[in-house]
Structures are given as structure tokens and as C-alpha cells.
Design a protein around this ligand. Sequence first.
Ligand code: COA
Ligand code: AMP
Length: 631
Amino acid sequence: MNYLDFYKQSIDNPEKFWKEQAEKLEWYTKPETILSENDKGYPTWFVDGELNLCYLAVDKHIQDGYGEQTAIIYDSPVTQTVKKYTFNEVKEQVAKLAGGLTSLGVKKGHTAVIYMPMIPEALFAMLACARLGVTHSVVFGGFAPHELAIRIDDCKPKVILTASSGIEVDRLIAYKPLVDDALQLAEHKPKKVVILNRKLGAKVPFKKRDVDWEALVYGSEEAPCVPVKADHPSYVLYTSGTTGKPKGIVRDTGGYATALRFSMEYIYGVKQDEVFWAASDVGWVVGHSYIVYGPLLNRNATIVFEGKPIRTPDASTFWRVIAEHNVSVMFTAPTAIRAIKKEDPNGEFIKQYDLSNLRTQFLAGERCDVATLEWYREHIPIPTIDHWWQTESGWPMIANLMGVEYLPIKPGSAGKAVTGYDIRIFNENGEELGPNEEGYVVIKLPLPPGTLMDLWKDHIRFRAGYLDKFPGYYFSGDGGYKDDEGYIYITGRVDDVINVAGHRLSTAEMEEIVASHHAVAECAVVGINDELKGQIPLALVVTKAGETIEQFQLEYEIVQLVREQIGAVASLRKVIVVQRLPKTRSGKILRKLLRNIADGVEFQIPSTIDDPAIIDEVKDEFLQHKIGVFK
Ligand code: COA
Ligand code: AMP
């Protein structure tokens, strides 16, 4: 098959194209209406179809005679455990948990928060919700109680599912006290908290609302799959935006199932019953789409990896997992490869493992620098595919479609537009730019199936953030350009979102926290380049007049504050005190200027700058504190 023809079909006749793909799924009611508009005037897919994600991911394979095939491989270097689950075993766990949730009064139309480490039960929890038509909201385990509380208050779960603890390399993290703290902070109080006791030694304080997971599953009947409409929200996943409040991305069911199954075959090029590994976390969109639903819908075994690319126990872990479990296709973030490369620059560990089964390596989550791509290709000479997408899209938007036609790789580019995505580059005025001209990356509506439907209970923000800037187009928040062969290069976010070790974070949110410190008069937080994590946050603060706090003390207190409020994952380590911040004459902080100075990027002095002398002041501060290129 040829990429260009296939792509053109999807753009010229999207209804025909996606109808054919949807027909590959088993629906309770086949959709007659393929593309329509919802009551808010936004394009929507397959509205009159009825299906169930859990049925398609689990029960269907059993019905087709694959019950004894491996569905989940749990590999946990931190607990030294490897455990495999067949589709039959997954179904039993999931259906009984769903039965248990039913007995707690949880049903279709309700929401549930899942706050769990990387263990199979996290998948069981998601699938049990999907089975009942309960909309789940998984919160990344690295987020602090404050973040968890914000999400609880926004999506108002009936129940929270959690575990006693997670393990961060060699540190036991007690989750239950974090959930209790979050519930103290939250206004909304769910009736029940279901806790899986991992018996790893963490404290599990008992409250009246708590329910023991094992007892619940043991005492429950299996619950059947509940059919839901295609536009039923399968989940809400919060992601960072440009304000302190995270955005609840709402995913449908029918479009999502169609897109994921399609992507497994045509983008990832995986055959049914092969082993697929996305080394991410269920708390991120990669986890939702390619640890849980995508591989299981496609009848692949998926790996649940509880560890890190390094230090669990060393930089050989990824290669061991690939070799031991016969992984055919893998997905990770470039930062993980950079971490491995730093520990094992000559790829000595790679030579110790038989990686002959590994066919393709996919990378995403952040820009993939050419050096990382080249290092990978030198040591593991297989197609190494950078591809671009977002929590919002739910599945890739720019890639090399390995199941269609393997196009030559251009390092630095994430590839070409994926089927269904009509990607354009616009200038500020909404005019389309020509080849190699950098601008905003936008996508002509309708987006293909599987992308975001709305923001949870905030349609105004949805329109304002994504649709109003360029009417008729989805605004991605990324900048980039297209070359004359249609390869797209993503140059980075054009807003206050940063990407730290593949984790999406908001500098605006960090600024709010930094500004809440009693000694701070004003501040700016910007993302600057980092060799390992891609980007890291840097805080610049101006202290209040008469404030005598020492720089090191202030830095310590602000770093702690951000760790407490967002979580260690924010990775804010550097806070510098400055006399003043660069501003426009109207008082707006010039954050991009700060970033450009730190990254050593050539820039034009903004014509609106209040006092150009500030540029040399900032450079002096960066030199003194060894920031960015001034190291
Ligand atoms: N629970 C609790 N704490 C967590 C956590 C979790 N699930 N995940 C991360 N943290 C903590 C870490 O322990 C660390 O704490 P510290 O500051 O006390 O050391 C902090 O958050 C930062 O974590 P991280 O960004 O993961 O940095 P690291 O130095 O521990 O590891 C990498 C660096 C590159 C190895 C790691 O970030 C990595 O594997 N990245 C890949 C990310 C990825 O797959 N992203 C998904 C998108 S595809
Ligand atoms: P998230 O929603 O966490 O998946 O983050 C999405 C953001 O990560 C995008 O808007 C991009 O800024 C960035 N991103 C993801 N994949 C890539 C990629 N392959 N190249 C460049 N940036 C990427």
C-alpha cells in the first residue's frame, strides 16, 4: 500500500474511510451515522453506534478462542516480579472487580478516580470501569495530594481506586496517606475508597469509607459488559494547560476504539498476538492508549513495567525486558534513551541481549533530538520512528505509518501527517504558510475519530483553547514547519506548557505556587533546555522590599513548596533571585526572552521592551548561577 493514496482517501472521503475501519470492530449496534455534529456544533463520530471497550479488549478475544493467550505481562524490577495474565485471567479479575464496584453503587454514567502505581491492577481498574460504562480518570501516581484533590473536585468521582504503595527506584511511596490528604483538601468526598494492599510495608491508615480490594473482588459476582453509545465518555484525563487549572480531556468510546485499533495495525504495524511494549505510565495518555486499550483491542500482549530505564537496577533493564518477553514493537520517550545513553554510551549492555525480535522502536512525548535518534540507530539498527501527538489527540497525528509504507526517515522530523489529520502551518493571522516557514501547527476540522470530544464540564475553555484562535481548525499549541516533501518538524510549544522528561507540565501553575511564597513579590517560571530531561523549569523571583531571606533558604522553601503542591515530578530545582524581570512597557513579563537567553538562542530584542539594559542584567545573573548555556 502507498502512504500518499491511503492518506488522500482519508482526507477526501473521511466518512467512507472511517466507516470501513469502524466495521472491523464488533459493535452491539453498528453505527449508521458516521460523522455528524453534537449539540454544541462540534464534529462527532459514530453517534448511533453502541459498543463496550472492555468487551472489545478482553471478552471478545475469549469468545474468539484466545482465552489462554497472554494479555498482560507484569515485569517489575523494583519488586523482582514477573507475572503473566491470560485473557481468561484478566477477564475474571476485571469482571469481579466490576461486580464489586456495582455492589458499591457505582454504575454507568458515574466517574471513578484511579490513583495507582504501574501494576496490573491499575489496568483491571480501568477495564472494570469501561465494562460498566463508568468514566475513569486516572491520576499519575507522581502527582501530590493537591493535584489529586483538584482532579477529584473537577470530575467528582463516586469512588477512588488506589493501592497501598508504589516504588520509586528504591523508595517506597505510601499512596493511601496521599489519597487521605487529597480527600481532606477536596470539597467533593467520594463515598468509597477501594485499596489494594500490596503488603510491601507501607502504612495503610484505615478510614470508614475504605474498602479492601481483595475482599471486594473475592466476594463479588462477575459483572457483564454494559453497552454504551459511541460518544459516551470513556475517560477524562487531565493535562497541563496554560493556567494553574489542569484541563480534563474527554475521550469518546466508539471513535477511540476505531482509531486505536487502526493505529496498532497501520501506524505501529503490529500483528495480533505479538508483544507490544509502551514504557510509560497509565497516568499519561500513552499509558491509556498504548499500555491498555490499543494493544488489548488488537489482541497483543502488553507489558506493565514497574521500573525506570536506569537504576532498576541499571541501564540494561529495557534490553532485558525486550529480550525476555519477545517484544516486537516498542514505544518510549527520547528522555529514557538519553538516560540509558548517559549510563552506557557505548551500548555495552545492548550487546548482552538478543534483540532480534524487536522490529520497530517508536519515540514520542517530546522532541526527539537527532543525537539520540542516531545513537539508537547505531546500536540497534532498526527503524526508529519519532512520532508526534498529544493527550488531546489520543493517538498519533504525525508519524511514519509502518503498517502502510515505511518512508525514509528525516532526523528532526516526526514524519508525515497521519491519515485523517489535515495538518497545516499558519501564521498569527491564520494564513497558511509555505514549505519550510515556521508557524503554528493546526489541523483542519473535523479531526479523525478518537480525538478529544470536549473538556470536562468546560466547553467554553475547550472552544477558547483549541477552536477560536483559527476558526475551522484545531490549534495544537505547538509550533513547527513542513518541508516541500510534506515532512513536518515540530519546534516546540508556543505557550506556557513545558515537557520535563516526557511529562507535560504548566509553568503558569508553577508560577502560581512560587508566587504564593510570602517573600516573593513577583516571579517567572520558564522551561529551559536540559540535556537529559529535554526541558526543566527555572524560577526567577523578585523578593518583596525589605525581605531578608537568604537565597539558598528561599530556593529550598520554593522547591519544597512545588514538590508538595505538584509533586517531585515537576523537577523544579533552580530558583534565582533577581532585582527585576524583563517586561514590556505595559508590564507583561517577557518569558520567551528569558528562555532564549538561557538556551543561547538568537533573538531580536522585542520592540515593546521596557528597558533593553535588562538583557545584560539577566545574562549576568545566568552566568553567576550557571544557568543554561552559561554553565
Ligand atoms: N511516583 C512518585 N514519585 C515519582 C513518580 C511516581 N510515579 N515518578 C517520578 N517521581 C519522582 C521521582 O522519584 C523524582 O523524585 P526526586 O526528585 O526526589 O528524585 C522526580 O519525581 C522526578 O522524576 P523523573 O522525571 O522520572 O526523573 P528521574 O531522574 O527519576 O528519572 C528518567 C529520569 C529520564 C529516567 C525518567 O524521567 C524516565 O524514565 N522518563 C521517561 C518518561 C516517560 O516515559 N514519560 C511518558 C511519556 S511517553
Ligand atoms: P502530552 O499531552 O503529554 O502527550 O504532550 C504533548 C506535547 O508533547 C505536544 O504538544 C508536544 O509539544 C510534545 N511532543 C509530543 N511528541 C512530540 C514529538 N514527537 N516531537 C516534538 N514534540 C512532541
